[in-house]
Design a protein around this ligand. Structure first.
Ligand code: ADP
Ligand code: ZN
Length: 511
């Protein structure tokens, strides 16, 4: 066998292995099953490409997306690796099968659904296999954020080639998902190799939404250099891109509904640019190698901590300072809960745990990086010195009494009004509506005064986040399971007060 270091230099042109690459490659070359958890950009491809060159036979790479496969194929061919894809989108399948049979392929990329076919299994018996590489391996787990039933077809295939080593790869796996991947793919617990997840040059900041457009315009004004703004819907992308154009920066839109030619053009323009801002849905970023992205903004809550880490991880790949700023609202949590209610019950617990982890991240008065890294199984220091809360520690205030008053006003007005109306009742603001409803005679009318008044909106947000309140289809607030502990069982509601800078900004009163 050729020395791995020599292949690294000669074929890939790299000076050294990075991070855990050497550890993964060595283990694979020993023929042992392995799960490598490495953040995006850490160099996962090399971990199977290099053994594929060093070992006898063909390495079968399982990958969930055809577009991703074709990107990887191009990259592999560019360094002279003999590779091919075998998918329904390829019209050279006969040629690929011949190359495979002739032992002329180092890598063969396939989609997971192919694994179940008897014909395919027979084909695999016709040539020695060096390795099974299972990319995006979290797809095999229902705990993962991206479960794909087709991945469950892999195990019988793997088991029918017990002597072929397995290398599962993922960027995104919490402890629970990791354990599940090991079990599902038959990899022993000592086969788990986890890379460091910290991205010290990224400064994390998380702020409640007040006026998203204004907040993002401010962010852009402070951040020269290329940036990505993630919006949640295609419509959101269009409107935000229009409004941001007023900043004078080049603003590009990107979402799946755009004409493919426009999408390609905008992506190419962004990659080439030194100061463009792309407003995009999360479809944007996969397979894009732009090291100098200076900021990533989220106009709404991402799907999970994994998704947040992956999306923010597109900032500062060159190691220079970069910013990741998330703007969230209580309605994000309400919508997420609605979505959870719609998925099959078996997945509720996992989805809820994922949402609560996000809740803890946005609500904390402590270090954001610590929460992120702990989520990925690391044991980071209490403070990082490079997130909003470390740089400008927020004050905390006990808002339990205001929370109780808010809940009680929701209850006494019949659990059908929105935040604005409930607030007006609590403040004792008389209106035609409150008169007509007879709400001015309620004991909660005007019960909040003075300094407490400023806490009403943050309290409403905190109650929605905790599922103490839920918004119905018309925006009316109803009690959720979290209400009782606060009203009856002495649960406290602590609020994090935004750091001074944010408060000053709010005071600027931009509408
Ligand atoms: P991942 O799949 O983990 O996101 P990739 O395999 O796409 O990462 O690699 C990310 C980038 O790092 C690529 O541009 C790749 O060429 C580069 N890279 C990988 N390994 C090394 C290394 N040992 N030294 C230098 N660059 C590397
Ligand atoms: Zn910190």
């Amino acid at each position: 066998m050729i020395d791995p270091a020599e292949i690294l230099h000669r074929t890939f042109g790299f000076v050294d292995f990075r991070g855990v690459q050497r550890q993964v490659v060595d283990r694979v070359l020993e023929g042992r099953h392995t799960l490598a958890v490495m953040p995006t950009g850490a160099g996962k491809s090399l971990c199977y490409q290099l053994p594929a060159l060093a070992m006898e036979g063909t390495c079968l790479v399982v990958s969930p997306l055809i577009a991703l496969m074709h990107d990887q194929l191009r990259a592999a061919e560019a360094v002279g690796i003999r590779a091919a894809t075998l998918t329904s989108a390829d019209d050279n399948r006969d040629e690929t099968i011949q190359r495979f049979r002739a032992g002329a392929l180092d890598l063969l990329y396939v989609a997971p659904e192919r694994a179940s076919g008897e014909g395919f299994r027979n084909l695999l018996r016709q040539t020695p296999l060096s390795l099974f590489a299972i990319d995006e391996a979290h797809c095999v787990s229902e705990w993962g954020h991206d479960f794909r039933p087709d991945y469950r077809l892999l195990r019988p295939l793997l088991d029918s080639f017990p002597e072929v080593p397995r290398l599962a790869l993922t960027a995104t796996a919490d402890a629970h998902t990791r354990a599940d991947i090991l079990e599902q793919l038959g990899i022993p617990a000592d086969g788990l190799i986890v890379a460091g997840f910290d991205r010290p040059n990224i400064r994390y900041a998380i702020t409640p939404r007040e006026n998203t457009t204004r907040q993002i315009i401010d962010l852009i004004a402070e951040q020269p250099g290329p940036g990505i703004v993630y919006a949640q819907t295609r419509n959101g992308v269009e409107t935000l891109a229009e409004k941001l154009a007023a900043t004078g920066r080049t603003v590009l839109a990107y979402h799946a509904g755009l004409d493919p030619a426009v999408r390609r053009r905008n992506q190419a323009a962004f990659v080439a640019s030194e100061d463009a801002v792309v407003v995009a849905t999360i479809a944007f970023g996969m397979g894009i190698d732009k090291p100098d992205v200076r900021f990533v903004a989220h106009a709404g809550l991402p799907k999970s901590i994994e998704a947040y880490y992956q999306e923010t991880g597109r900032a500062g790949r060159d190691g220079d300072p970069a910013v990741a700023h998330l703007f969230w609202g209580a309605d994000d949590f309400a919508r997420a809960r609605q979505r959870i209610a719609e998925v099959e019950p078996a997945r509720h617990a996992g989805e809820r745990a994922r949402l609560n982890a996000l809740g803890a991240l946005v609500e904390t008065a402590g270090c954001r990086r610590r929460i992120l890294l702990k989520h990925f199984g690391e044991d980071p220091p209490e403070t990082c010195g490079n997130c909003d809360n470390c740089l400008s520690p927020p004050g905390a205030v006990d808002a339990t009494v205001v929370a109780q008053k808010f809940l009680s006003a929701v209850f006494r007005t019949g659990q059908m009004f929105g935040t604005g109306y409930v607030e007006s009742i609590l403040l004792g603001q008389s209106s035609e509506r409150s008169l007509m409803n007879g709400h001015e005679s309620l004991s909660v009318f005007g019960i909040v005064e003075g300094d407490e008044a400023a806490l009403i909106k943050p309290v409403a947000r905190a109650l929605l986040l905790r599922d103490a309140l839920r918004a119905n289809a018309h925006g009316g607030l109803e009690f959720g399971p979290g209400a009782r502990p606060i009203l009856k069982e002495g649960a406290r509601v602590e609020l994090v007060l935004p750091p001074k800078r944010e408060r000053r900004r709010k005071g600027r009163g931009t509408g």
